[in-house]
Design a protein around this ligand. Structure first.
Ligand code: F6P
Length: 192
């Protein structure tokens, strides 16, 4: 029993190219992860029924493709909106919007992309998801980096300063099981 979360979908084409945001499909490596995911889950969690939550973006839906469970696609789980920077690399952002780049560096939690969102905005938008997670059990979230950082920080009681830097490694399932104050944590990784 417990909350489960998987990083980040499998590797996407944009991940490979170092671009943020967008709605690209999985890379060949990401597709291998998606194929291996059902066995990884079964080996570590057994046959218990799960409900899979993804965003509405291709990379999470494709990662969930082979999982034999009920699936829900939440718009509210879509990745942090990078506004005018969507589809750019960090180098391009630094070149085109140097002031924004520095502002983000100085206060990553509060920095809001032009025409987009901040981590603070995402924390608010995730409130209904968190409420559902508090009520339900055995949820597997196939999520995005910023989104999983917010959910993880909530359950592990991490500060706003630390939240935007939490490491959510690629191709790893993080299992969170509630205990008194925070959660027990197990990680299952696939090397691809
Ligand atoms: O690079 C993948 C990604 O999910 C982007 O879409 C998103 O903007 C970014 O990670 C969030 O990470 P950070 O806040 O560290 O830039």
């Amino acid at each position: 029993q417990g909350y489960l979360q998987s990083r980040i979908h499998g590797e996407s084409v944009y991940n490979l190219e170092g671009k943020i945001g967008g709605d690209s499909s999985l890379s060949p490596r990401g597709r291998k992860y998606a194929l291996a995911l059902p066995d990884l889950i079964k080996a570590n969690l057994g046959d218990q029924p799960l409900t899979v939550w993804t965003s509405t973006l291709k990379r999470t839906i494709e990662t969930a493709k082979h999982l034999p469970y009920q699936k829900l696609h939440w718009k509210v789980l879509d990745e942090l909106d990078a506004g005018v920077c969507d589809g750019m690399t960090y180098e391009e952002i630094e070149e085109k919007y140097p002031e924004d780049y520095n502002n983000r560096d100085e206060d990553k939690f509060n920095y809001r992309y032009r025409g987009g969102e901040s981590y603070r905005d995402v924390v608010h938008r995730l409130e209904p998801v968190i409420m559902e997670l508090e009520r339900q059990q055995n949820i597997l979230i196939i999520g995005h980096q910023a989104i999983l950082r917010c959910i993880y920080a909530y359950f592990q009681k991490l500060s706003q300063d630390d939240l935007p830097y939490i490491k959510i490694p690629l191709h790893t399932v993080i299992q969170l099981t509630p205990k008194a104050y925070t959660c027990n944590e197990d990680r299952y990784k696939i090397d691809i």
